[in-house]
Design a protein around this ligand. Sequence first.
Ligand SMILES: O=C(O)CCC(=O)C1=CC=C[C@@H](O)[C@@H]1C(=O)O
Ligand SMILES: [Mg+2]
Length: 371
Amino acid sequence: MILIKQVILHRLNMELKQPFTTNLASFRNKDFFIIEVVDESGERGFGETASFPTPWYTEETVETNKHVLEAFLIPLVLDVPLDHPDQVAAKFEVVRRNNMAKAALEGAIWDVFAKKQGIPLATALGGTKKAVDVGVSIGIQPSMNELFDTIAYHVEEGYKRVKLKIKPGFDVEMLAAVRRAFPTVPIMADANSAYRLHDLPRLKELDAFNLQMIEQPLGHDDFIDHATLQSQLDTPICLDESIHTFSDVRTALTLGSCSIINMKVARVGGITEAKKIHDYCKSNDVPVWCGGMLEAGIGRAHSIALATLPQFRLPGDTSASNRYFDKDIIEPKVTLENGQVVIPDRPGIGYEIDWRALENYRIEKSVIGKS
Ligand SMILES: O=C(O)CCC(=O)C1=CC=C[C@@H](O)[C@@H]1C(=O)O
Ligand SMILES: [Mg+2]
């Protein structure tokens, strides 16, 4: 039984090693919450919010996460006995969407659950892999030379796949040049909804580059045009921003809007929903891979645990701690070994908070409940 007595919100601000730029936004810093939950037995679990300061990726922001957590979600689990973390998602159903706020709190409760059982979170989820394949996502770079250097650097580090951001005017020529320079590197492209169906002729040209997939080419809320596009493209379409729920995945696969699912535990509202989506994709033989939100170590650890499930068949964006940060907030750091992250064989998420680092980055702390 789990009985959460206290929830602590640590708001951190961490500088990124380089700005991360897409067609819609650019970030130099990561502003987010680490959520610490304390069970009546004194066991502590950790989760991490994934929203950005502005609502460009989903409707949530850092501020809405705080409001929704404090006013609605925390009261639904504080001092409420739980037999299993799967019950959290059901309790959260009275709050529409706000998936990133939900996922962070639910993830912390999953961590407590696994720790109380003395098993790794990956094992608690039914994960089977001992290590997961990892790729790297590269934001829009200031010049082609910097793009080539960045790709070469990460390929040298061992990443198994490179994801490049595209937008109209920065696509066919850029990918042709990258393909010439890196003929054998697995490459995928992510458009963050930068195109519309009338761009079909241009998007068809991308079939020439042997891309692993094109992620979210069309509207963030679209399934129908993506289905039309997929029927015209050889390259698999992967949906990211369109997928918030199990029901979205069912719609996408029923309509043929995509052939691959980018799973972000934060975007789908938590591990319980992510597992449901995973199982559905497995029974439909649709590959899943684990996306990222430039997470610090705690969010990263949750994604890595989830990616041990069998249908995660492609490298994830769960790159090493040193991808975005000079100093991560966990010990040990997430490291890359031959393009893989080895799953820690320790209870819960398997990484400890580095409190000195966390306190160094902390700009706000709120405590709800009594320990
Ligand atoms: O390395 C990571 O964590 C993935 C980074 C990444 O590609 C993204 C993070 C957040 C929003 C997007 O720009 C993008 C994505 O669309 O997947
Ligand atoms: Mg994406």
